[in-house]
Design a protein around this ligand. Structure first.
Ligand SMILES: Cc1cc2nc3c(=O)[nH]c(=O)nc-3n(C[C@H](O)[C@H](O)[C@H](O)COP(=O)(O)O)c2cc1C
Length: 217
């Protein structure tokens, strides 16, 4: 599985209730462990370590040279990646606001022509499946088309420990297989898209048009 993968965590809830807080840290750590096991260079983007500027203003809205360093650094990371793992809790049946906020700071030009993988979790029994539905729409619009398979982790507090390893009694082999299905699809698409991107100059006009040109006649 080639390519650089950014694992973007959509959780900044550092304290509860509800307990446990920052369940997403474990889920993201588990994804990173699987990627490391496949020798994939993977980096975590953690919103707790990022102070986004307020009020909200997207990176592309700043005049050249005037954008905040924190946004420049993130933009570089996003641009350098070959694919994305988007990790989100389900909050009121939607993806997490912190993940949407972070991603909204950047235009689709940074994400386009690269795939993404949807990873959701919850403390309850549905594993964030309803949030995942909205993520498909969101990520498609962003240009990083989500691969078909998805990872949903119900009762994530009973599956992963703080470092992302499996808790005693959990069938790690089965979970590895489940995680790998999505991560391997991501790797396949990331490699395919990287080859296409490297094949410079062959991007059809359909990908180059201004957003206003998307409008129906
Ligand atoms: C504001 C809020 C809304 C939530 N909504 C849902 C929900 O719609 N579905 C669900 O399964 N769990 C929901 N939960 C419970 C979360 O699955 C659980 O708190 C989980 O730990 C959240 O991830 P986090 O710890 O990384 O923030 C919600 C929790 C919060 C704080």
């Amino acid at each position: 599985m080639p390519g650089k993968i950014l694992v973007i965590l959509g959780s900044e809830r550092v304290s509860g209730p509800p307990e446990p807080a920052r369940l997403g840290e474990r889920v993201a750590a588990a994804c990173l462990l699987r990627l490391v096991a496949k020798a994939v260079p993977a980096t975590l983007v953690d919103p707790v370590e990022i102070e986004l500027p307020h009020p909200f203003k997207p990176h592309f809205a700043y005049r050249r040279g005037s954008s905040p360093d924190v946004l420049d650094r993130l933009a570089e990371q996003i641009a350098a990646a070959d694919g994305y793992v988007m990790v989100s809790p389900e909050y009121n049946h939607l993806m997490s606001p912190v993940l949407a906020d972070l991603l909204n700071h950047f235009g689709s030009s940074l994400f386009s022509y690269k795939p993404s993988a949807i990873v959701t979790y919850s403390a309850g029994q549905w594993g964030g499946t309803r949030a995942a539905v909205s993520m498909r729409t969101f990520l498609s619009e962003l240009g990083c088309l989500p691969v078909s398979a998805m990872i949903h982790v119900p009762h994530a507090q009973d599956v992963f420990g703080a470092d992302g390893s499996y808790l005693p009694g959990v069938d790690g082999g089965r979970w590895d297989g489940y995680l790998d299905r999505t991560l391997d699809q991501l790797g396949w698409w990331a490699a395919a898209a990287a080859r296409q991107r490297a094949d410079g100059g062959k991007r059809p006009a359909a990908f180059r048009t201004d957003p206003s040109q998307r409008n129906a006649p």
